[in-house]
Design a protein around this ligand. Structure first.
Ligand code: FES
Length: 105
């Protein structure tokens, strides 16, 4: 699957990731050398993997209550904010545009 990542400087890069390995978006961002801390290891506890889905939100499913609690505790979040560790890489991500929003990214 192919999607676009925008970093904090506004630079966009197209990423290709396998959609049949059960990877999370957080894992793929880290593997692509984006500076996502992911302190909690993908447990929806640290919110350092915060991203804003600029395009393609519909295919990604709803955030869980645990995820929403984390997002709402952030000083700043957006209507399409998600935790990248809670997004499973699937074909639904095709064409999406993801902006890094984690504080320490
Ligand atoms: Fe910690 Fe996603 S990696 S909340």
């Amino acid at each position: 699957v192919t999607f676009t990542v925008e970093d904090h400087d506004g630079n966009r890069q197209t990423i290709e990731a396998p959609d049949d390995m059960g990877l999370s978006l957080m894992e793929v961002l880290k593997a692509s050398e984006y500076p996502v801390l992911a302190t909690c290891g993908g447990m929806a506890l640290c919110a350092t993997c915060h991203v804003e889905v600029l395009e393609g939100k519909n295919g990604l499913g709803e955030a869980s209550d645990v995820e929403l609690d984390q997002l709402e505790a952030l000083p700043e979040y957006y209507p399409t904010s998600r935790l990248a560790c809670q997004i499973r890489i699937s074909g639904e991500l095709e064409g999406a545009v993801i902006k890094l929003r984690g504080e320490d990214n």
